[in-house]
Design a protein around this ligand. Structure first.
Ligand SMILES: NC(=O)c1ccc[n+]([C@@H]2O[C@H](COP(=O)([O-])OP(=O)(O)OC[C@H]3O[C@@H](n4cnc5c(N)ncnc54)[C@H](O)[C@@H]3O)[C@@H](O)[C@H]2O)c1
Length: 403
């Protein structure tokens, strides 16, 4: 199957305006960074009649030439695009180390921005984005798109309704084998900060926070890349959640396995489906595995000597990237607060940093202590999150409450 990366950009972009009715009524979005993920955003925008791609920014001349050939405005420089085009919203899908400077440019221009995950290359950078967003009142969303997957919404409902009782234990696996050319085609993926903890596990940690509640204590170990890159290729962590549950997570991009969200969710067809699960959540009255949505329960009271039965919950699949763009459009129009705000992205990144610190020092680290570096900004951000939560709670489809 041709991936979005292999599909000619002209094909991907030609859909955006030509075949959509209602010119002038659509929200005008600009994609910055038309690489692997930028193309997925373009494909998602193509699915929706209410939005269009008005401009693309990429540093690669070969890409901007293809964009221009498709009849879409193209730029090498973000600020030049903002000045010339003033889009309604900007999607940043550039290498992570560019997120801070580019997000600040968007926010300072008053343009809502969807930043690919992780929000930034480090916590200080993330915090400056969140603070600026708060000060100027310009919304920031972070691209933890899996929260928009109906599977996760269903799992969240099961946990919030207490169907497995009180969560006691969680295990999440994120194991797969990336081929060598993944690193050769984009060498930034080999350097510090671009390892599987920041690139991949960050998604799983965001989901664990969403599903199981805040992570308040972290212990971890990491091992350097066996391929000789300047990154880890395996990491294991233990978490304590605010609600008293404990969890283990592990990631490797150099281990063959059928157990990761990518190959078990069916979310993105380039990853062959294995039918396994990636997360197991154990509660006082039952267990839930995700993404296969299997609930396990004893017939009567919980008892390891009585038989345990499983039922698989059904869910109507929908592309979370499309749902995320719909939500971004609602945020731009002031109809919704971000489900994954800049502050949520910051909290998830704090867990990543806590893992790194814990692995380096051998100590247990509290992620909230890392965020408290700039208390004033953190308090501002809390207010922003509180407002966002108030909105989210009002809409039962997108509940953001920890069970
Ligand atoms: N949501 C997800 O599932 C997911 C998956 C993979 C990657 N990501 C994130 O998306 C971001 C991009 O990852 P990718 O794998 O698509 O990278 P990529 O290397 O495939 O694409 C990055 C693009 O940005 C362009 N670029 C570089 N510098 C630029 C600049 N100064 N201005 C404009 N464009 C510039 C490059 O030319 C390239 O086209 C990263 O933050 C990554 O963590 C998210």
């Amino acid at each position: 199957m041709a991936t979005f990366a292999e599909q000619p950009l002209a094909d991907l972009l030609s859909v955006s305006r030509a075949s959509k009715a209602g010119a002038g009524e659509r929200l005008r979005l600009s994609i910055v960074g038309m690489g692997l993920v930028g193309r997925r955003h373009a494909a998602a925008i193509n699915q929706l009649s209410s939005v269009e791609i008005c401009a693309v920014v990429d540093a690669d001349d070969a890409i901007t030439a293809q964009v221009a050939n498709a009849g879409i405005e193209s730029y090498n420089d973000l600020c030049a695009m903002i000045n010339a085009t003033r889009p309604d919203g900007i999607i940043l899908s550039t290498p992570t180390n560019l997120h801070m400077s580019q997000a600040l440019a968007c926010v300072e221009s008053g343009i809502p921005v969807l930043i690919e995950k992780p929000i930034a290359h480090d916590l200080a950078a993330a915090q400056s984005i969140v603070s600026k967003s708060d000060t100027l009142g310009v919304p920031v969303m972070v691209g933890h798109h899996r929260r928009f997957n109906p599977i996760i919404q269903k799992a969240k409902d099961v946990l919030t309704q207490g169907l497995i009782g009180k969560i006691r234990v969680v295990d999440a696996k994120c194991w797969f084998a990336k081929p060598n050319d993944y690193f050769e085609t984009a060498p930034w993926r080999k350097i510090n900060g671009a390892g599987p903890v920041s690139i991949n596990l960050v998604h799983d940690i965001d989901l664990l926070r969403f599903l199981c509640g805040e992570i308040i204590e972290v212990k971890a170990m990491m091992a350097p890349s066996a391929r000789g890159h300047d990154i880890e290729d395996v990491a294991v962590a233990i978490f304590r959640f605010e609600n008293g549950a404990l969890g283990t997570v592990s990631v490797s991009d150099n281990a063959v396995s059928p157990w990761s969200w990518e190959v078990t969710s069916g979310e993105y067809p380039i990853y062959p489906f294995t039918g396994q699960s990636a997360y197991q959540i154990g509660g006082s009255r039952g267990a839930l595995s995700v993404p296969d949505l299997k609930i396990w329960q004893h017939e009567g009271e919980p008892d390891w000597w009585s038989s345990i039965d499983s039922a698989t919950l059904s869910v109507a699949m929908a592309d979370p990237l499309v749902n995320q763009i719909k939500h971004f459009a609602a945020v731009i129009q002031g109809e919704a607060k971000p489900l994954v705000s800049g502050y949520e992205g910051l909290c998830t990144l704090a867990v990543i940093d806590a893992m790194r610190e814990a692995a380096k020092t051998g100590r247990a680290i509290c992620p909230a202590d890392l965020i408290a570096v700039d208390k004033t900004a953190a308090e501002e951000n809390m207010r922003f999150t509180a407002k966002a939560r108030a909105h989210v709670k009002a809409d039962s489809a997108w509940t953001n409450q920890a069970p």
